[in-house]
Design a protein around this ligand. Structure first.
Ligand code: SF4
Ligand code: SF4
Length: 455
């Protein structure tokens, strides 16, 4: 049992910080769940914490640089909301936070010097918050005479790993939303462009949940990842954290919000809220018609909860806005672009019997360079900048069964059972698609002819 494995030394450490054993074990259970493990893994987390905390008090601290990019500092604020005294504070004592633009007591030359020395020594983690703005020669963000992009490149080059914290750091977020005049991007994309191969752990969210960062730190520093990090063993780091193809820990970002939503039963029963302030809202019905992006957003908010595990967006009455849907592999596909307008449903474009995401169509045609203007039309639709909002969901089975209570504003009246109207709508889309493809092919032929002439 854990009770017997926690030594007196660790007990007194908890006592000194006003943390009870019970709270400590509760915390270990929560970290295990946040990390995608079962709560039965709590004793393992407790033992790892105990050993590492004791080790840390003997001078074995892991250095961390927390660097602000183009951000609102919301992720720092979120992290700082951990209650004190709290076991989170004990975990924080595992790291040596050598630099933080927001939290450092020091300032100016002394703190810049601490950062420089940490970088020279190597083997540290960078927590990076915010987007990387490259427009205007990088001068939209300067700290201590350096551009934001150079600060990240320098810090990441010698780091064991970079944690991109928050959706802006993952793929540009708000900073990269239309019109993106500062040419913002996320950490992975930026490091790739600069040829820096340091592993990146992506933790999206607006802001990111502090428990997610905590669980990543616990796994890396206490559960076998530390040695791999120091040795630069990227595959071992990836496997310890269970990173998916987007560099996100699968345990945290592997299931949809919808999968773990307490209103899911109402969704299945077709019981929806159509208006804020309504009787249905008071009854706690499903928020899908008000634009809930839970079905297509992957994060475990409903399990980890927010504000020290008190509540979360949907419990508080807000539809999920999809703030974790930041894809680092596609800089144009950030959560703001994809999910606005927030309080409307998004659906697929349907062509005949196919349901296709406009971004897929646009992606396929992008190779045909000169079709950019036509493709832009689809892109505008995907981004919700055309009437009808962004379309990327199929018609729900429930809608089809209950046409009189349809919960989407379907652009084409496919639910009214009028086959002529349906066929006309499908033909119109097919014609639009065919015209786009023809224009693209023509443009490519012209470009090829021009190249031939120029030879
Ligand atoms: S509120 Fe959102 S996440 Fe919850 S059941 Fe409804 S659609 Fe799904
Ligand atoms: S429930 Fe949705 S909007 Fe709320 S934090 Fe989670 S992903 Fe973001």
């Amino acid at each position: 049992m854990v009770e017997n494995t926690v030594p007196a030394e660790f007990d007194s450490l908890l006592d000194a910080r006003g943390v009870s054993r019970r709270d400590f074990l509760k915390f270990c259970g929560a970290v295990a769940v946040a990390a995608g493990l079962s709560s039965t893994a709590a004793p393992r987390v407790a033992m790892a914490l105990e050993e590492s905390v004791i080790g840390a008090t003997k001078g074995n601290l892991f250095p961390v640089l927390w660097i602000e990019g183009a951000s609102c500092t919301g992720c720092t604020e979120s992290f700082a909301q951990i209650e004190t005294p709290d076991v989170g504070k004990v975990v924080l004592e595992l790291i040596s936070l050598n630099y933080s633009d927001v939290l450092c007591a020091g300032a100016g030359h002394s703190i810049e010097e601490a950062k420089k020395q940490t970088i020279e020594a190597g083997g540290y983690i960078v927590v990076y918050e915010g987007g990387i703005t490259q427009g205007f020669g990088g001068n939209t963000l300067r700290v201590a005479m350096e551009t934001g992009e150079d600060i990240l490149a320098e810090a990441a080059s010698n780091a064991a790993a970079v944690v991109a914290l928050g959706s802006c750091a993952v793929n540009g977020g708000w900073m990269a939303a239309y019109p993106n005049s500062a040419n913002a991007t996320g950490v992975s994309d930026f490091l790739k462009k600069r040829g820096i191969a340091t592993p990146v752990v992506n933790i999206p969210g607006c802001p990111a949940n502090p428990e997610w960062l905590m669980s990543v730190l616990v796994q890396v520093l206490m559960m076998g990842g530390k040695e791999a990090l120091v040795a630069g063993d990227v595959p071992a780091v990836v496997s310890t954290l269970g990173l998916n193809a987007e560099g996100k820990p699968e345990g945290i970002f592997g299931q949809t919000i919808h999968d773990n939503c307490e209103r899911r039963g109402h969704f299945e029963n077709g019981e929806f809220v159509y208006e804020f302030g309504s009787k249905e809202e008071a009854l706690g019905y499903c928020l899908y018609p008000l634009g809930c992006k839970g079905p297509q957003t992957k994060a475990n908010c409903g399990v980890t909860l927010w504000n020290n595990r008190r509540s979360w967006c949907i419990q508080a009455g807000s539809p999920c806005l999809g703030c974790c849907e930041a894809n680092p592999n596609d800089p144009g596909d950030n959560w703001v672009e994809v999910n606005t307008p927030f309080y409307e449903r998004h659906r697929d474009v349907h062509i005949g019997n196919w349901f296709v995401q406009p971004t897929v169509i646009a992606g396929g045609l992008t190779a045909l360079v000169a079709a950019a203007l036509v493709i832009h039309g689809f892109g505008m639709k995907a981004a919700g900048r055309m009437d009808g909002g962004a379309d990327f969901e199929k018609v729900r089975a429930w809608d089809a069964k209950n046409p009189e209570k349809s919960i989407g504003q379907y652009e084409y009246s496919i639910l009214d059972g009028d086959p002529v109207k349906l066929k006309n709508a499908q033909d119109a889309i097919k014609a639009e698609y065919a015209a786009a493809a023809d224009a693209a092919a023509e443009a490519v032929e012209d470009a090829a002819a021009e190249t031939e002439e120029g030879r």
